[in-house]
Design a binder for this molecule. Structure first.
Ligand SMILES: Nc1nc2c(ncn2[C@@H]2O[C@H](COP(=O)(O)OP(=O)(O)OP(=O)(O)O)[C@@H](O)[C@H]2O)c(=O)[nH]1
Length: 378
């Protein structure tokens, strides 16, 4: 039998309804948090799996604003001597595609209040608060319209600051100084690990493709690039040319000024060659005193013209060495052009192009050195 207590029933019903509403709200919140967590987990997996610097940066700028409902996301990276930027550019990263990637020369440019820091100082904490167009101009050079609150989160690797992740929202209550920062610190720590990882991988890639003495590319790079360029030249129907440059009587140089002096000559010759080339051309040292140049969209005539400029520049003025000696240097150059639109394997075409330039170089040497010779099929 049911006992009804008149008067209490409406209270109970109201309480019940209140509890139900609260429950629904909590379930909704839990579902929302779960979905945020899942999106962040997917984001973590995406950035951990990024295979290159542009892939990682692209993922951060594409996915983070969406999953975290942010209106501005930028990244400041410390790049003291512009090494990161230079290497990435050499590896073909197009920075124009990442206007929100900012390079700064040092920690002081990140905007954290670092005071007098020493090795034991705790790492700086994220700075949360109202957006100030003047104070935050460096972090948000192109802020979203009506940006209201921001979080400047340090990117730390082993307590070392490598940059900052800069988050902005049009919601003034999104980032307030009283807000807990565990979540964004966690996110920043994963981003920092991924960044350090791809940057060192790209640096290794770069070191593996360059010649440590002169800083120009090495044979591995040219072998790889030549195959790519032969494919492209055939598809787009333009000519590519190849140049073999060999310093004359280099053995004598080493014998007179020593190996170190010889190394200085190699560096200077590399610089002189580089100065005559276009950005799209690739210069490499093939070992010893031999350099090669791959010229894109250049027929035999234009390649021979550039070769003549290089020859003249090497011979033009004496090279001054650290030991105070001045040396007169000349070089011999062989030039060849890729046979028009062949369709055999690119590997065979590459080997043939190199061999033809080498043959032309031999003619230049046997013809008296300090000259340019072209390969012409006999
Ligand atoms: N300093 C220096 N010398 C090198 C390096 N690699 C190779 N060599 C030297 O380059 C010289 C190459 O000499 P050769 O190939 O005989 O030719 P060359 O004396 O230049 O004479 P031609 O090419 O016939 O004009 C050798 O003495 C090598 O020891 C290097 O990395 N640094």
């Amino acid at each position: 039998m049911m006992h009804s207590i008149p008067g209490d029933a409406p209270d109970l019903a109201a309480e019940n309804q209140q509890l139900r509403a609260r429950m629904t709200y909590m379930i909704e919140q839990a579902e929302r948090n779960h979905s945020i967590m899942m999106r962040h987990q997917a984001f973590d997996l995406e950035i951990v799996g990024a295979g290159s610097f542009p892939e990682l940066i692209g993922s951060i700028f594409r996915s983070l604003p969406a999953i975290s409902e942010l209106d501005s996301v930028t990244l400041s990276l410390i790049d003291e001597d512009a090494d990161i930027r230079t290497v990435m550019e050499k590896l073909g990263v197009d920075f124009a595609a990442f206007p929100d990637l900012l390079f700064v020369p040092g920690t002081a440019h990140l905007g954290f209040d670092l005071g007098t820091r020493h090795a034991q100082s705790p790492p700086p904490k994220p700075m949360l608060g109202m957006f100030d167009p003047v104070r935050h101009a460096r972090q948000f050079p192109q802020p979203a319209r009506r940006l209201q609150s921001v979080a400047i989160v340090p990117l730390l690797r082993n307590k070392r600051i490598i940059g900052s992740l800069n988050l902005g929202s049009v919601d003034p209550a999104r980032f307030t100084p009283s807000l807990g920062t565990d979540f964004i610190e966690h996110m920043a720590s994963i981003i920092a690990i991924c960044l350090e990882n791809v940057i060192s991988n790209e640096m290794l890639k770069y070191i593996g493709l360059t010649d440590s003495l002169t800083g120009v590319y090495n044979r591995r790079y040219i072998d790889r690039r030549l195959l790519e360029e032969i494919g492209r030249a055939r598809r787009q129907n333009y000519a590519i040319s190849f140049m073999y440059i060999d310093i004359d009587h280099f053995k004598r140089v080493n014998d007179t000024v020593g190996h170190q002096g010889g190394d200085e000559v190699l560096r200077e010759v590399a610089n002189r060659i580089k100065a005559e080339l276009r950005l799209s051309d690739a210069l490499a040292r093939f070992g010893g005193e031999e350099f090669v140049v791959l010229l894109i969209d250049a027929d035999l005539d234009s390649a021979a013209f550039v070769a003549e400029r290089i020859r003249a520049s090497i011979a033009a003025s004496m090279i001054g060495l650290a030991q105070g000696v001045q040396l007169s240097i000349t070089g011999s150059i062989g030039v060849a052009c890729l046979d028009e639109a062949g369709d055999g394997p690119a590997e065979a075409a590459a080997l043939q192009l190199i061999a033809h330039a080498d043959e032309a170089l031999y003619l230049a040497k046997s013809g008296g050195r300090n000259r340019v010779m072209r390969f012409t099929p006999s």
